[in-house]
Design a binder for this molecule. Sequence first.
Ligand code: NDP
Length: 287
Amino acid sequence: MARLIDGKRIAAEVRTEIAAETAAFKDKHGFAPGLTVIIVGEDPASQVYVRNKKRACEEVGFNSRVIEMPESTTEAELLAQIDALVKDDAVHGILVQLPVPKHISEEAVLRAIPPHKDVDAFHAENVGRIMTGNFDYLPCTPAGVMELLRHENVDPAGKECVVVGRSNIVGKPMAMLLLHANGTVTVTHSRTKNLAEVTRRADILVVAIGKPEFITGDMIKEGAVVIDVGMNRKADGKLCGDVDFATAEPKASAITPVPGGVGPMTITMLLRNTLTAAETYAHRTGK
Ligand code: NDP
């Protein structure tokens, strides 16, 4: 039977550390780390994510603010709002909840948040710095996966690591982080031939495709560590991952559940990035 990788517990531990560091930061500098989240439109899933981010910030002692803008907001209005936050010294991290409405360019939005306030690590400069390994911020989900592996004492060095999915926010940076950790990394995607042959090579298998229970036990090597990033809602309303837990769990040596695996780590890493942003601000300004 596989060991269950308890993301909820690990996230709680890391958040306790962040809360303690935040208290020390406030004592030393006299102000709190500040994160502002902008949400445009009324997408219900985005509203839940934003509420969760605000609550998580408050729990560790950050100042957090949510700016809600209507669906009809123009790109210029959104960029002006971002610009006001860029100039606000009390705001150390800015995050625009994606997706933005179709009439707004996502690229323009991501470019408008300067790298030092880009706590999602989506700005091209921060993305580039992930390649070189000289980074301040890592994108939250892949960073959360690495933190889970660390807590579980799973060292990717020398291991066959297979990432299923190549999105800019999960698959690609995930592959890069595993490479920095000295894994032998293969990235697969929708055009990969004989996917099961590739996934069966994996000592560490990270799956992020957005297809409910797609990776089945027969695609997994005996004893593999399986990290399921997927978050899908089934017809009965229940959440499930991209991995078929029932058939994968007997093959794996360790596996993340959905929910309660990678999900709780994502916001935790956002908190970590925001604290880093505040520390960088304090260091840069001497405040
Ligand atoms: P995207 O839709 O942006 O990317 C999906 C990737 O999966 C693409 O690279 C695609 O390949 C690949 N893919 C699709 N079908 C297959 C297939 N049959 N075989 C192999 N590869 C395939 O998704 P995201 O990366 O944004 O998200 C992936 C999942 O992770 C979703 O379920 C999402 O909800 C979840 N997620 C969870 C988070 C969390 O905090 N737990 C955070 C972010 C995402 P191609 O490039 O060829 O199209």
